[in-house]
Structures are given as C-alpha cells and as structure tokens.
Write a protein that binds this ligand. Sequence first.
Ligand code: MN
Length: 165
Amino acid sequence: MPLFVIQKHKASTLHYDFRLEVDGVLKSWAVPKGPSTDPREKRLAIMTEDHSMEYGDFEGVIPEGEYGAGAVIVWDRGTYKNLKKNNNPTISEGIKEGHIIFYLNGIKLKGGYSLTRFRGGDSNHWLLVKMDDTEADARRNPVNTQPESVISGKTIEEIEKNRKK
Ligand code: MN
C-alpha cells in the first residue's frame, strides 16, 4: 500500500502539506486550512514540488534563510488506496488528468477524499474534499481538536519552542 503523510508547517503562513506516495516520490499539495472531515467543505490545495520519500518522516525546524523556514510536525500519516476501479486510471494518470479519488487509512483521517484541479490544465490550484461516506463527519474538526504530532505527540508550538532554547 502506498503511504500518505500530512505535515503541519508553520512557515511564513501556516499550512498543511498533504503528500501522497506516487511512483517513489511524495506528490505534494499545500492546504492552507488543512483537511476537513465534512463533505461540504472544499479546501484549497496548491500543488507544490515533489518531495523525497524520506522527507515524509521529517519533524523539526527548517532554519531561517532556508526555503520553507519554520517548524514542521507529522500531523497524520498512514496508507491510501486508489478508489478508481482496477486502478484505472492510476493515481499518477489521475493527477495528470486533474482528478483523483482515494481512501485514506490514517490515524486522524479515514475514508474517501477527492482532489480536483480547477482553473484549467496548467493550474496548480486543486480542491481537497471529503467524500460522503461512513467516515464523513461534519462535527469533527481534527485540525483544531487534534493538533499534535502522530509521531512525538508534540504540538508545532512545542517543536518551535524547543528549537529556540
Ligand atoms: Mn510546506
């Protein structure tokens, strides 16, 4: 099963880096508001550069002066599955076409999600939306109620503070 990871990243603006393992790299989107468990919520997701698989474990502080300077925690991770029948199209093909649906099996997030490109084929603007399945829950708000790392249990503020000492 391919992996997914969501890193909470307190750079110049706070966002959540949503990453899916595809063909040996982490395809990545920056989601300013983070993922929702409510199918009525459409979350803007800006496609960013691919990251290496090993970066998916990174938790710590990117030093000032470097790209993306600021604290990072692993907010959620697990495996995912392409929800297109017979893996057709594949996730890789779906990304090129601008639409993928997949099932997340994470610690905080479970169930189907879609990512859909908008503003045309060259756009890096996508929408991340929870599918309306048994894991959908409009009352949950894990971005607010479960802010801690799934690796260390620390919040991003704690990671940041430790570095400054
Ligand atoms: Mn980032």
